[in-house]
Design a protein around this ligand. Structure first.
Ligand SMILES: [Zn+2]
Length: 56
């Protein structure tokens, strides 16, 4: 989603570097999520801003 207007972005640029996120423990074991956020670009806004994917 475009961070300016919340519309869906139109152009896929690429992936960011890997990041590791601490998740909730499952059965007493530590759980980490390793992800790469997608970068996209909005072609409808001025200056065509880029946006990094967000997660709940
Ligand atoms: Zn936009």
């Amino acid at each position: 989603m475009c961070r300016k207007w919340g519309r869906e972005t139109q152009r896929f640029i690429g992936y960011d570097e890997w990041i590791t996120i601490r998740h909730l423990p499952i059965f007493g074991r530590k759980v980490y999520l390793k992800i790469r956020q997608r970068r996209t670009q909005c072609l409808e806004c001025d200056n065509e801003p880029t946006t990094t994917e967000r997660y709940p």
